[in-house]
Write a protein of this length. Structure first.
Length: 348
């Protein structure tokens, strides 16, 4: 990894160089919540002044740009006795993500393991992922953030450039040739010992600000032991089975595929739609049998997939600790409380 330091005033130049040739997605203010606080969304941005790089966690992750909620995978057309199939990867140009936090970069790294590195890679995701340039920015931990507990508070891979504020300058981590060449367009210098100290101080200051945490010690074993724990029923009684937690989660990727045919039989489509394991019919199969008819079994499944099964398969959790699910859940269900209750350290 290479490092550079540059004045924060240089960043708009870097942004302009990217917007001149690419679509740039970044955090912008999307509205004000009921407490009068601004909330943020990842949207296309052409004006640097619209970006809010000191944003708190966005309500929705950036996944709609590489794992859209609904996406046509293939289209079939008939013409007389002939027919043809078109597969669209739905990529029209490279995309720049300007200002992703470390947890959201780590979410992409986790998705990569399943969607590009598994036994059944998903070409629609891989095509979009290959065409990304990512500029990460450091963040201010929010009360709901427990990314440090999940090892997702810093990113070691999965970005091109990562920026940490050190006073009125940025400390830049460079991971790609493109990022290196981009920085040649601004006044950036190699950091010295003084900047190393400032960087370490910025990281230590951030670390002190975490208030939420999850104890992951021996968690897979504890989940195995507590599979029949009554706490799952208690949480299940609260759960509304609305699926919002999966919709806002940067690492939830479960989906269903449906095929539809136009009424005149001329066109048919195969369409992927993201789904949630908390929805009532998630485990319903042909014939109508539902393997998880109760809300507590579905809620439990979601936790076992993220904190048990994925750890077994990939030696890491499928949760980044971004806190979005807990912030969104109308029933007040959140990862730190659920895991603490399973460990016997809190009530459901
Ligand atoms: S845990 Fe919360 S957000 Fe998720 S399905 Fe249940 S009620 Fe909805
Ligand atoms: S499970 Fe919740 S805290 Fe974990 S990555 Fe998903 S939304 Fe974030």
């Amino acid at each position: 990894m290479l490092f550079r330091v540059f004045d924060q005033g240089e960043l708009p130049i870097l942004f302009s160089a990217l917007t001149a040739r690419h679509e740039v997605i970044g955090p912008v203010e999307a509205g004000v919540d009921r407490h009068g606080k601004p909330f943020y969304a990842f949207e296309p941005a052409t004006d640097f002044r619209a970006l809010r790089l000191a944003y708190t966690t966005t309500k929705l992750p950036a996944k709609r740009y590489f794992l859209p909620c609904r996406e046509d995978l293939a289209t079939f057309r008939t013409s007389g006795s002939d027919w043809s199939k078109t597969v669209e990867y739905n990529v029209d140009r490279p995309r720049v993500f300007f200002g992703l936090h470390a947890c959201d970069i780590n979410a992409l790294n986790k998705l990569d393991k399943v969607l590009t590195g598994g036994d059944y890679p998903m070409p629609w995701y891989a095509a979009k992922r290959r065409n990304m340039f990512i500029v990460g920015v450091d963040c201010e931990p929010q009360p709901s953030c427990f990314c440090r507990s999940m090892g997702a508070d810093t990113a070691l891979s999965g970005f091109d450039l990562f920026l940490t504020g050190i006073g009125d300058r940025y400390f830049a981590e460079i991971l790609s040739n493109n990022a290196y060449n981009l920085l040649r367009g601004i006044r950036a210098v190699e950091p010295g010992e003084e900047e190393h100290v400032l960087y370490r101080r910025a990281v230590a200051e951030k670390t002190r600000k975490y208030t939420a945490r999850v104890d992951t010690t021996d968690l897979t074993k504890i989940l195995d032991m507590e599979f029949e724990s009554p706490v799952w029923k208690s949480w299940g009684e609260k759960c509304l089975s609305c699926g919002s937690c999966a919709a806002v989660c940067p690492t939830c990727y479960c989906y269903g595929v449906e095929e539809t045919v136009d009424i005149d039989l001329s066109v048919a489509r195969k369409t992927k739609t993201l789904y949630s394991c908390n929805l009532v019919d998630f485990a319903q199969v042909a014939g109508g049998h539902n393997f998880r008819p109760e809300s507590h079994s579905r809620l439990k499944y979601r936790y076992y997939h993220k904190h048990r099964g994925f750890v077994e398969a990939y030696e890491e959790s499928l949760c980044t600790g971004c806190g979005r699910c807990g912030e969104t859940c109308l029933a007040g269900i959140n990862v730190p409380d659920v895991i603490a209750s399973v460990r016997g350290e809190g009530g459901a």
